[in-house]
Design a protein around this ligand. Sequence first.
Ligand code: SAH
Ligand code: SF4
Ligand code: F3S
Length: 447
Amino acid sequence: MSIRLNSSKKSPRLVYIKTFGCQMNNYDSEIMAGVLTAHGHKMTDNPSEADIILLNTCSIRDKAEQKVYSQVGRYRPYKDKNQNLIIGVGGCVGQLVGNDILKKAPLIDLVFGTSNIDKLPQFLDYINYSGERISRIDKAEEWTDKDIPISRNTTKSGWVSIMRGCNNFCAYCVVPYARGRERSRAHQDILKEIEELVRSGHSEVTLLGQNVNSYGKGKEDEISFPQLLRLANQIEGIERIRFVTSHPKDFSPELVEAMKLEKICETIHLPLQSGSDHILNRMNRGYTATQYRSKVDMARREIAGLTITTDIIVGFPGETEEDFAKTRDMVKEIGYDSMFLFKYSVRPGTAAADFDQQIDEKTKQKRLEEILNIQNQITLEKNRAYEGKVVEVMVEGPSQDKKDIMIGKTRGNKVVLFPSADGIREGDLIKIKIDKGRLYGLDGEVA
Ligand code: SAH
Ligand code: SF4
Ligand code: F3S
């Protein structure tokens, strides 16, 4: 502590964290908050009063770096006002770009990565003491989730990481570089963390990994993902268990079997990316359209009421009109409940960045709109099919703009809006009768 007493600057206290990207990043932000809180700092939702502003960044699509700089630019007035303000950039952009960020953006004091967030307090203390701007990046593989404090943003529905990194090297994707090679967490630690979630009042958990189906692979003493689900299903107090993401190539009959367990929600996110074998092959996805289709058929046969969502990339290098037509047809054929739709975006360092036959922006946009229109139609039809039905909803709380309207989710992850009523609280499981299916979800009232 002598360091702080000698410091010419006042010891930083209030921390504001802004998170971009996927659920794993949200979870990592909870860890950042956890380690900093354990070190005596406090969190704030208001960047203008913060002593430390941290950006937890995402690099999945282009302009990721520019986005960071423009976001940091918005904090300039705070820096002008408070000379002691420390601005830090971590997450996937931090990991991938490293020290260059300091050169390009004088407002930034600290760059860190995806694998050293436990050392944040030391980094901040050092900056505070020395007045230096520093960049600290460890190898992405270094990170383990072991014995790390976590300060949750959630109260009822929480996240638990079951594995880190990815070995798949899909040709378009930065994740294996930003997060390192795949490693699974010990199942005992995962189960312990779910039990802790229950103790803090949570009744839903989402298990996180880039490819959850390969959980435990390559670790002799580790169990498989379906086995992990079975153990999680036995934890008292958890009502709903979800997981993301399932890679289609590893989606197995054993997993489908485990999904029949009481608490495992009947929903699966199964990114297709493309319906053309030629493109799937160029993407290095490891499955064909036919294999994907038969896995969906199997899952639908076995699990009543299953909802399926997906990710689609249009305009991958070499995607011809014929390839695109296959994606379009597959989207119609499978009938997803919803999807995330992306235009292919060149990521330096990935294999596809060097592929020939890059597709022009106009074509990408046209293809995106075409799929979007088809999917909107399907989503609407799927949601209308719920009209007149009674569904189980977990209450999440009042809606942002209308306080007399509550928001909840079905087991299939559909958003449900309904008028609030006396005695209904966040986390409750209630029956809602659906009277209208819309694009964004379902409208209903307490049954
Ligand atoms: N691990 C998950 C996905 C992680 S990234 C999985 O394998 O399914 C989430 C989604 O972003 C991907 O499924 C893909 O559709 C999209 N994506 C990733 N890299 C992209 C890129 N370079 N351009 C456009 N979309 C991309
Ligand atoms: Fe990226 Fe593919 Fe790994 Fe998903 S499976 S994170 S898309 S490399
Ligand atoms: Fe983005 Fe990193 Fe997640 S690149 S999608 S925040 S793993």
